[in-house]
Design a binder for this molecule. Structure first.
Ligand SMILES: Cc1ncc(COP(=O)(O)O)c(C=O)c1O
Length: 414
């Protein structure tokens, strides 16, 4: 008799991205020149994790007895207000928004899936997506449905977004749409203003077919080049027709991946409905992690509200964003010289390059010491962990990998 229930048997114990990372590190330890573009953490040009001094100080300054005490289940009210200001400040959504603290953006995604989809239903996202969406869905007895992310011109595929969403609504009666912009993981894509307007119009039409919650995954919000609340302003007119959610996290914006500080935000114009949503979200917190890392919540509250820390974080973060954008520029230069096909890329941790065979491309690149993550139809490059001086070598080996994949595809059809 199996000790595990049927669903839990045969689960993979290793994450494919961490496996690639270990291979890269082993090659480096053996003395080979390696460019490891597998992991999504921001490293400086010497390969050390980028941290911000102001953030470290704020964590050290948390009074031990406060940090050691349980946080309120939904999170400290001051923390929640500060997060709402950071995510939605200056927009009308801010006036009708509630939030609960969660362990990172991951916790926010879990809470949304548990409350805005029935068991057995599919969350709805783009064909390229952060793979834990599927694990979160699966673990919670939900699934994933997608639309092709890009049209033939390489732009966001609005028509497919709408038509697949209508079909899904007809099938399951409600939808939880997850869009990860700006700086989508894994493609690097950011919707421009017209594309957001197209999404808003499509959602308004689709809402006639059943209740929709749109969750904007803000994991990389501080790394985009766009006005940070543009999306929220554009969504204001449909807030009474579509429930607007956001997954907020301190992981990338404060370079504090390990602190597990995040929040699920819900903008709900109707006061009664808002209090039901707040209660449901808080109930889910109690039933999954009870409450969050209190020291982390207190430190991030200071970072969001203390004027001198706010200003220091602003400067330190700007330096990190500048470092990333130098890599982005270097990548765009080298990749266009080599004629690589990839979506519009203006900033953020990742970019994906299209290839007819991602495995062949990743294997050939790895032979040359460049480690990227193969996906369906593309390889993901974590530029966040690549020094600017290594970008050319990276592009060179990815280009070789794509040429090998194309050659293989051509000989298969010959
Ligand atoms: C697209 C996306 N969403 C959410 C997250 C959640 O991260 P965390 O739980 O650390 O906030 C990540 C982290 O890599 C991500 O890439």
């Amino acid at each position: 008799m199996d000790i595990l229930i049927r669903d839990a048997c045969g689960r993979p114990g290793d994450d494919p991205i961490f496996t690639i990372n270990s291979l890269a590190n082993a090659r480096r330890a053996a003395g080979m020149k390696v460019v490891n573009a597998s992991l999504g953490a921001l490293l400086d040009d010497d390969g050390n994790l980028a941290v911000m001094d102001a953030v470290t100080e704020a964590f050290r300054a948390v009074p031990p007895a406060r940090g050691a005490a349980y946080a309120p289940i939904a999170g400290d009210p001051v923390y929640l207000e500060a997060v709402l200001d950071d995510a939605l400040g200056g927009t009308k959504l801010r006036d009708c928004a509630v939030a609960v603290a969660t362990p990172g953006g991951t916790g926010a995604l879990v809470t949304a899936v548990m409350n805005f989809l029935e068991p057995g239903q599919a969350l709805y996202t783009s064909s390229y997506y952060w793979s834990p969406y599927r694990i979160i869905a699966d673990q919670n007895k939900r699934t994933v449905a997608t639309f092709p992310m890009f049209d033939e011109g390489g732009k966001f595929h609005l028509a497919a977004f709408e038509s697949n969403l209508v079909e899904l609504l007809q099938r399951q009666g409600r939808a939880l749409v997850i869009l990860n912009f700006p700086c989508h993981n894994p493609t690097g894509y950011t919707l421009d203003e017209d594309e957001w307007k197209g999404v808003v119009a499509a959602l308004e039409r689709c809402a006639k077919h059943g209740p929709i919650a749109l969750l904007v995954d803000l994991a990389y919000a501080h790394f985009g080049v766009q006005d940070r609340v543009l999306w929220a302003r554009l969504l204001e007119p449909i807030a009474s027709k579509v429930t607007i959610l956001a997954a907020w996290t301190a992981s990338k914006s404060f370079a504090q991946y390990g602190a597990r500080v995040g929040a699920l935000i819900a903008a709900v114009p109707d006061a009664d409905a808002r209090s039901h949503v707040a209660n449901a979200m808080s109930y889910s917190c109690r039933g999954s992690w009870s409450n969050c890392n209190h020291a982390g919540l207190l430190a991030v509250t200071s970072l969001l509200t203390d004027p001198s820390l706010v200003s220091r974080v602003g400067k330190e973060r700007a330096a990190l964003v500048q470092g990333v954008s130098e890599r982005v520029d270097a990548f765009n230069r080298a990749a266009s010289e080599k004629g690589l096909r990839y979506p519009r890329y203006e900033g953020g941790f990742f970019v994906s390059v299209f290839t007819p065979n991602a495995k062949v491309t990743a294997d050939v690149a790895a032979e040359g010491g460049v480690y990227v993550v193969p996906m369906d139809g593309a390889v993901r490059i974590a530029l966040c962990s690549v020094a600017v001086r290594d970008v050319e070598m990276l592009v060179d080996h990815v280009a070789r990998g794509i040429a090998a994949a194309e050659q293989q595809a051509a000989s298969a059809t010959a």
